[in-house]
Write a protein of this length. Structure first.
Ligand code: SF4
Ligand code: SF4
Length: 99
């Protein structure tokens, strides 16, 4: 079996759902006040599922294709999606991008 440690295997789990520290109201407010690319994208494309932990809120992204489990905005995705989940240290069980 190939060694996939450190390589994204495109399992899709980090986008199904997306976990993020800000709740939906804070996300929308921060997007409108800062106009930060990440937050503006998230406010436009993420919908809260209602699931949450003490520190994180779960979102469904409308650019995630549930059939292929791939991102349909791969070329246009914002910086947070390029670094996520490693940047936020939110690593799904199946994630192979472990440091
Ligand atoms: S834009 Fe793509 S990478 Fe970013 S959360 Fe949505 S599906 Fe995932
Ligand atoms: S959970 Fe990890 S391996 Fe799966 S798509 Fe996301 S970064 Fe890649």
């Amino acid at each position: 079996m190939a060694d996939t440690a450190g390589v994204c295997t495109a399992c899709g789990d980090c986008c199904d759902p997306v976990w993020y520290p800000l709740g939906p109201a804070d996300l929308r407010q921060s997007a409108s006040t800062t106009a930060a690319e990440d937050l503006v994208f998230a406010a436009a494309h993420w919908t809260a599922t209602g699931d949450r932990t003490e520190d994180l809120h779960a979102y469904r992204c409308d650019r995630f294709d549930a059939k292929t489990r791939l991102c349909t905005a791969h070329e246009d995705r914002p910086p947070i999606c390029r670094a996520y989940p490693v940047l936020l240290n939110i690593l799904p069980t199946r994630c192979t991008v472990r440091l």
